[in-house]
Ligand binder design. Structure first.
Ligand SMILES: Nc1ncnc2c1ncn2[C@@H]1O[C@H](COP(=O)(O)OP(=O)(O)OP(=O)(O)O)[C@@H](O)[C@H]1O
Ligand SMILES: [Mg+2]
Length: 412
């Protein structure tokens, strides 16, 4: 931290210089108002320590001017003769402290450490945006925790192959984003990415949705319909909530994957299938097999590349990065000029345990954004949005009984 000392008494000045250096600061010292003005320009200090009574004027004026050209600057006013008036004036000029001579090094240390802490948090907020451009991102997937970095590696490798991928992870942990990212990085990127949620449609209809049907194949089938497999031709088909598919249909899906051909419902023609299959579940697949929700033979076929996404609580390092990513994304749409975070607001996000994972974080950031007046998202806004007393609950079990480090890909 750069510290400008403005003090005409040489002994006091020496003492200050030494204290500041001991605290790891870089100093420049002057003894007059005139020299101080030039030093502020050239040295660009972050902290000014100014004496009030100087040979050619008032030290508080220096502080006022320095803070006018850069409000980030902080000041400490020191004086030999303390008076209430001086103290008030110093605080009005934006001084963080008003100290009487002789100064004890410990007094300076308290102020110094407080400023250094604040500066560290502020600069972290500042660099978030810059860092996001260079690191911490693969496609639309954001993260730079060790576990996400490992997942990025797996995704990059997996994208080059045509093998099926099974993505596991709790709700809102980013399974669909991961699937899209694999597609975008693959040779199939120019072809369609088709997402189908097996849990969102009645089991009896899934077959015709997936494989299509011929006219008249069942009541209500008054037209021929092309299924999602055909729609995704040459591209990627993402089957979400794979365990919601009935057991009979799982057999048919397995056959399609093995033979690379399909037959529409009510059809006789064998159609060639060129689709890369990515499936997902928020259950533990082993558990689903035990409960007969997932056929074991299909599981082995789908799980050539397993990709296990961690919960957000398992990668807290990514929370502020994600929060800033969403803020920026929302700002690009809404343009209300909400440009930054109060470090205390970020701390609240870090302390929460996010049962709804990244989706929940995104929603909270959006609501905080909308409720923010001014440029900075403040802690009080978040306090109203986050559940009361919701702090990191170490006892809460993650919804998926898997190891946090289960991101390894194995080729079978
Ligand atoms: N790593 C990430 N980086 C950026 N955004 C993410 C990330 N993970 C999730 N998201 C965002 O969180 C939301 C939920 O992600 P997604 O739909 O992929 O979750 P999911 O695991 O498929 O959840 P569900 O099991 O409920 O279907 C989306 O808005 C997505 O943009
Ligand atoms: Mg999903």
């Amino acid at each position: 931290m750069k510290v400008l000392i403005v003090e005409d008494d040489l002994a006091t000045r020496k003492g200050l210089e030494e204290s500041v250096k001991d605290l790891g600061g870089e100093t420049r010292s002057v003894g007059t108002v005139k020299d101080a003005a030039r030093a502020v320009e050239e040295f660009d200090p972050r902290l000014l320590i100014v004496d009030i009574h100087l040979p050619d004027g008032d030290g508080i004026e220096i502080l006022r001017a320095a803070r006018e050209s850069d409000p980030e600057r902080e000041g400490i006013v020191i004086t030999g003769q303390g008076s209430i008036d001086n103290a008030i004036e110093a605080l009005r000029a934006g001084a963080v402290d008003y100290l009487l001579k002789p100064l004890r090094p410990a007094q300076l240390e308290v102020v110094f450490n407080r400023l250094a802490d604040r500066r560290r948090l502020e600069s972290e907020v500042e660099t978030l945006r810059a860092e996001l451009q260079e690191t911490g991102r693969l496609g639309d997937l954001v993260g730079r925790s060790p576990v996400m970095t490992q997942i990025f590696d797996v995704i990059r490798r997996v994208a080059k192959s045509n093998a099926p991928v099974l993505i596991t992870g709790a709700s809102g942990s980013g399974k669909e984003v991961a699937a899209r990212t694999i597609h975008r990085l693959s040779r199939r990127a120019a072809k369609p990415f088709v997402a189908f949620n097996c849990g969102a449609i009645s089991p009896t209809l899934i077959e015709s949705e997936l494989f299509g049907h011929e006219r008249g194949s069942f009541t209500g089938a008054d037209k021929r319909r092309v299924g999602y497999f055909e729609e995704a031709a040459g591209g990627t088909l993402f089957l979400d909530e794979i365990t919601e598919m009935g057991s009979e249909l799982q057999v048919k899906l397995l056959r399609v994957l093995e033979d690379r051909t399909l037959r529409r419902v009510g059809g006789s023609q064998e159609l060639k299938v060129d689709v890369r299959l990515i499936s997902a579940t928020n259950r533990d697949p082993r558990d689903a097999i035990k409960h007969k929700k997932l056929r074991e033979d299909l599981y082995y076929r789908l799980n050539v590349f397993p990709l296990a996404l961690p919960t957000l609580a398992e990668r807290r390092e990514d929370i502020s990065l994600l929060a800033e990513y969403f803020r920026k994304m929302i700002e690009e749409q809404e343009r209300s000029g909400v440009s930054s975070w109060d470090p205390k607001a970020l701390e609240l996000l870090l302390a929460y345990d996010w049962p709804g994972n990244v989706r929940e974080l995104r929603n909270i950031v959006h609501r905080a954004y909308v409720m923010t007046e001014g440029k900075i998202i403040r802690p009080d806004v978040l306090q109203t949005l986050l559940p009361k007393g919701a702090r990191a609950a170490a006892s809460r079990k993650p919804p998926l009984k898997q190891k946090a480090s289960g991101a390894a890909a194995r080729k079978k």
